[in-house]
Design a protein around this ligand. Structure first.
Ligand code: PSU
Ligand code: MN
Length: 311
């Protein structure tokens, strides 16, 4: 196992010192945002983690290993290179064995974070059940991963390019807690609200850390979704963004986009149709998630050290 994983020096040192570590994904860099905004976002996010008392571990695949923590040069490579594979659970062994460059999705970042014993992961949005999935069966592997891998994902909910109601149903079936941070409804990424109430909501990062510890102490396998709404000042108008998303979905259908290309196509199309405004919102919500997620990671790390995990 160990031969497949390489921790950056900063992450190794954090582990030695018992510091909190926050996992970050690379698909959002290589396939979720254009260059150079992707790299600027990735750098800023890493700095926000440091400023809030933890250490960032951006995860990606290169040279036949899982890199947990990237150097500035490696980060730049993932932002610029056009031949980075989008790596979900299915793709991981192939991309490692053939020594290709791979950007990790939410699912794969969870797998790799868990291997490195990092429990808190921050991103923008998770994949979910796509609209029309009752015929296409397009359901993101992110949801299966949340069902089985013990990593919490801090995000701004899920985008309405997805079927949010079915996404919540799926998470319920799989026993994945969805915890609203300062919200009682599922945030819809670009907007703070949606029509979908959540079962759990809190204004306290301590409570979230406590719920996570309790879940894993009880050996309840799987992750959790921490849904943190986009800050008010960056939220988009719901009617406007809904119209844009509907148009993007129609263009995806017209172009017969499917499989792993679907989410990157829709993200790029939404950005184009909003003249870049969706990208600004996306960057701001990731930064906010990073602040909240790092606070959770620090609380979780403190609890894990104070409370012994044994009878
Ligand atoms: N949603 C975003 N930005 C992203 C993604 C989702 O707003 O970059 C990426 C994440 O890496 C997520 C992946 O895990 O898309 C989901 O892809 P799929 O739907 O093919 O599972
Ligand atoms: Mn899919």
């Amino acid at each position: 196992m160990k031969q497949y994983i390489e921790l950056s020096e900063e992450v190794q040192q954090a582990k030695a010192e018992g510091k909190a570590i926050v996992a970050l994904e690379s698909t959002i860099i290589s396939h979720g945002m254009p260059y150079p905004q992707n790299i600027e976002m990735a750098r800023e996010v890493e700095q926000i983690v440091r400023d809030n008392g933890a250490v960032p571990a951006t995860i990606a695949i290169m040279d036949g290993t899982i890199k947990v923590g990237l150097t500035a040069e490696e980060l730049e490579l993932f932002g610029q290179s056009s031949d980075v594979a989008k790596v979900s659970r299915r793709d991981l062994p192939h991309i490692i064995a053939t020594k290709q460059l791979g950007a990790t999705t939410v699912a794969t970042t969870m797998i790799c974070a868990d291997l490195a014993d990092i429990k808190i992961f921050v991103t923008g949005g998770i994949g979910g059940v796509h609209r029309g999935a009752e015929t296409t069966m397009d359901i993101s592997a992110d949801l299966e991963e949340l069902a089985q891998t013990d990593v919490a994902v801090v995000c701004a909910g899920a985008k309405s390019i997805l079927d949010l109601a079915l996404t919540l149903e799926y998470l319920e079936t799989k026993g994945v807690p969805v915890i609203g941070y300062e919200t009682e409804v599922l945030p819809a990424f670009y907007t703070r609200t949606s029509d979908h109430p959540l079962n759990f909501s809190t204004d306290s990062v301590d409570v979230i850390a406590d719920v996570l510890k309790t879940k894993w102490d009880l050996n309840l396998k799987g992750g959790a979704v921490i849904a943190n709404p986009i800050p008010e000042e960056y939220a988009m108008d719901q009617t406007y963004i809904d119209g844009i998303i509907n148009q993007a979905i129609k263009e995806a259908e017209d172009n017969q986009i499917s499989g792993k290309d679907s989410t990157p196509f829709l993200l790029a199309k939404v950005k184009e149709l909003t003249n870049g405004k969706s990208l600004d919102a996306n960057i701001e919500l990731v930064k906010h998630n990073t602040k909240v997620g790092t606070q959770i990671a620090v609380c979780f790390n403190n609890q894990a050290q104070i409370i012994p995990n044994q009878f």
